[in-house]
Ligand binder design. Structure first.
Ligand code: ASP
Ligand code: MG
Length: 412
């Protein structure tokens, strides 16, 4: 018998009516002959409210106690969902991460899953029940409760789907699927029918907030297709799946805009062994995450430019660290531009289509938008622009790559 994992996010469980609706979706799958495992998030904005509550008590609560608090949100949801299924005349049982045997490491508030026991799950499924699992939580090897990081109910669902060899992992959410761009910013954005795991990972990393990245990684590693769909409709959403040969026919699958970043550039950097190591060691010691490092040398290999991107809130601190290092190492100039955005175009088709970069830069030039850092990887092309140009740039790229039209009519 095939097995489906159905995850419902907080907005899909925001009130009693929505919980009943989610229950009906699960029951339909069960009546269709599938074994059904449901994973739930906390209702509505519960997790945010719990965090606010903890902040009202202490500015620095012990992480263990934060986990004790946050895990309650999902426990409410599993019990209510089980009640809704019972009320509709079907058998269901709710399980916390601990009851299920979802074992994590001991990093409170950002634990990683180590193993999932099948025993209890199999027993309940064999008894014909719909099993409802609390997302986002687990237990470490000494029995302490842990949580997996914000948004990680998706990851619980994908990990369960992988463990159980599910046919599909369904992510029921408040949007119709994954879009070619954020539809709130680009009105002509279209829902993507099929996207590869790698493209989805890149879109998530570049700022598309549809799914938790680790969930996509689980899907990819165990080859579980993930169906991102709207919990309120019966429409097909987006299938996140292994790459098919046809996927390369489209050069660009989607475009993203990540706002709130800062560009740091160092010029007149002595081009000597160990200099880059010293710069980035100093930045790393402040726990600042660095992205898109670009270096180039000039002046007969005597000097280098080094540029990179950090989150805007880290701009000042990073600038200060770099200025200190600059004085030590004889670096001529440090510039910090706090008001920039990062644009990315993503697609596996980039491997086989030429001219994507030219097309991207042409589209920006046509709008008079100046490009700062440029970086590329196998299936991503990114550039940094001034924040005030971000939205126009995003829309220009969406149009340039014909993302407002069905994929079959794309051309490069
Ligand atoms: N309730 C948790 C959060 O809000 C986990 C989740 O929703 O995925 O982050
Ligand atoms: Mg979520």
């Amino acid at each position: 018998m095939s097995l489906i994992v159905q995850k419902f996010g907080g907005t899909s469980l925001a009130d009693a009516e929505k919980i009943h609706r989610a229950a009906r979706r699960a029951i339909r799958s069960k009546l269709g002959g599938q074994r059904v495992v449901i994973v739930v998030s906390a209702m509505g904005k519960t997790t945010d409210q719990l965090i606010a509550l903890s902040a009202a008590i202490s500015s620095d609560p012990p992480k263990r106690e934060l986990d004790m608090l946050l895990a309650t949100g999902e426990q409410v949801s599993i019990a209510l969902m089980a009640m809704a299924i019972h009320a509709a005349g079907h058998e269901a049982i709710s399980l916390t991460g601990a009851q299920l045997g979802l074992v994590t490491d001991s990093m409170h508030t950002r634990a990683r899953i180590q193993r999932i026991s099948r025993d209890r799950l199999d027993r309940e499924l064999d008894a014909g029940k719909i099993v409802i699992v609390a997302g986002f939580q687990g237990i470490d090897s000494s029995g302490e409760l842990t949580t997996l990081g914000r948004g990680a109910s998706d990851t619980t669902a994908a990990a369960l789907a992988a463990t159980l060899g599910a046919e599909i992992c369904e992510i029921n959410t408040d949007v119709d699927g994954v879009y070619t761009a954020d539809p709130r910013r680009v009105p002509l954005a279209r829902k993507i029918d099929e996207i590869s795991y790698d493209e989805m990972l890149e879109l998530a990393a570049a700022g598309a907030g549809v799914m938790h990245s680790r969930a996509i990684e689980f899907g990819k590693k165990y080859n579980v297709p993930i169906h991102v769909r709207n919990s309120l409709t019966d429409e097909k959403g987006t299938m996140v799946m292994a790459e098919t040969p046809g996927m390369e026919a489209v050069s660009v699958r989607g475009v993203t805009l990540r706002e709130g970043v800062a560009a740091i550039s160092l010029s007149g950097v002595p081009s000597k062994s160990g200099v880059a190591a010293k710069i980035f060691r100093a930045v790393a010691e402040r726990d600042v995450l660095v992205d898109d490092i670009v270096q180039s040398i000039y002046d007969n290999r005597r000097l280098a430019h080094v540029a990179f991107v950090v989150a805007a809130e880290d701009a000042e601190e990073t600038g200060a660290v770099c200025r200190t290092i600059a004085a030590d190492l004889g670096i001529e100039r440090v510039e910090v531009e706090a008001d920039v955005s990062k644009l990315s175009v993503v697609g596996v088709g980039m491997r086989s289509h030429s001219g994507i970069a030219a097309k991207m830069f042409d589209a920006l030039a046509a709008k008079g938008i100046n490009i700062q850092n440029i970086s590329t990887s196998e299936i991503v092309l990114s550039c940094v622009v001034r924040s005030k140009d971000g939205l126009a740039a995003l829309q220009a790229l969406h149009a340039a790559f014909d993302l407002d039209k069905p994929p079959t009519t794309h051309e490069v």
